[in-house]
Design a protein around this ligand. Sequence first.
Ligand code: PLP
Length: 537
Amino acid sequence: MDHTEFRVKAKEMVDYIADYLENIRDRRVYPGVQPGYLHKLLPTEAPEKPEKWDDIFKDVDQHIMPGLVHWQSPHMHAYFPALTSYPSIMGDMLSSALNVLCFTWASSPAGTELETIAMNWLGKLLGLPECFLNEKNDSPGGGVIQTTASEATLVSLLAARTRALMELSKLNPELQAAELLGHLICYCSDQAHSSVEKAGLIGLVRMRYIESDEGQSMRGAKLEEAIAADKEKGLVPFWVCATLGTTGSVAFDNLREIGQVCQKHGAWLHVDAAYAGSAFVCPEYRHWLDGVELADSFAFNPSKWLMVNFDCTAMWVKDSTALHRTFNVNPIYLRHENSGKAIDYMVGSQNEDIKKLTLKKINIMNDIDHPKADDNKVDNKFNKNNGVITQIENRNITKVDAVEHWQIPLSRRFRALKLWFVLRNYGVVGIQKHIREGVRLAQKFAALVLADPRFEIPQPSNLGMVAFRLKGDNAFTERLLKRLNARGYIHAVPACFKGIYVIRFTITSQRTTNQDILDDWNEIKIVASEILTDVFG
Ligand code: PLP
């Protein structure tokens, strides 16, 4: 495809996108295809010769589109929203075309600086305390865009693990990292997302699940009880994940109570607000943020409800040096002459003062986290007197410098652009209006459910989600959901709280109207009547 063809075909693509989104209400939200359908339609090998764009695109229309779940549809009620918007699409269009990689300031100065600026804007918009922002170059706090909430959780667990191992190694210099690791334990509620469990598995640490209260909320007293019992056994609590807006029922852990317990025991507090974080742009929902100043890290997905298309997870930390020493490598090819004068989201020398502060700790961690005993190119000398390891090496990687690391991968897309476009094009007022409308529509749906005596809402609903069921046996609701999804006019997924099966009905699309909610409720009532007639005659 040359420039001339691109100009024509890309404009056609823009029309295709606008038509798709404008008319999305008319599409069946859930596809009627069976596993393997696409394999039967497409060749098994890539084409030998170049194909015409029109032929390629014909296959999109005929074969790909019928196999998609239409996440932007107003009848999409499954999971949580994964919204996009025109300014966000334009941000990704431009970012794809530029394809700059923003790992260091030097690799794309505007990319890096715009991310810091947009993350400060967003942090303020949510009402996060100043300690999470990065408005001064030597500020230890700051925001970074991660790929997913799962990754933000893992990054925070690894940073907390490093901090705990450093402390433990000072007290037990004779023990290896693997032995110290066996003493660590972390906590989350029994309602936490599976990605929290996954972070524990990857981090090779024990995880204890705290029983949530009747409102699905993790409370300080239960956490304190578990930590005290674990300390009795010689375990070291090092990380707690609190959820604001659980996946099952959009319940909120009690941040203040949990934060106080974490402070008492020196544990890192991470807040996973993947879905609900967007709601904090509205001051009326910020009561759930009470105690956030006690947290060490906070993450939510603008890629869910804030209309910034996937991927975009906003993560803030109070002390970014904890991340830097966790992922500490500093190859010479990534250093640049402006190192230390601006943020490098992946790697680069830091401000001299921070460098001095963290150098000793980093050196200890080099031994703990990156054992090089089998690498004959690196000669490690461990000085037992002051616990500082000096590495002398003959390849172009050295670890004697303090460096900035905010994430696991090296390369990073220019994701700040789409976030910045959305914040500017909607403005605070536009974003607040969008969130409030989602909540209003969920309340409207809840009122319809409660007015029908065959249905119930076993848990109070929060924000844009309503978890409802047919009264009686779980099997009725299971059958209802299965049949609704098979018909494909609306799409939802289940949840189960303490043995009670429910259908999660989330308002996802910014295009959802009162009439869509009425139509969806009508569809649910029709299918429910069929099922109850099948059962009771
Ligand atoms: N945490 C919570 C509370 C979630 O609801 C989800 C997904 O919906 C996640 C984490 C995982 O998000 P991601 O797909 O960005 O990793």
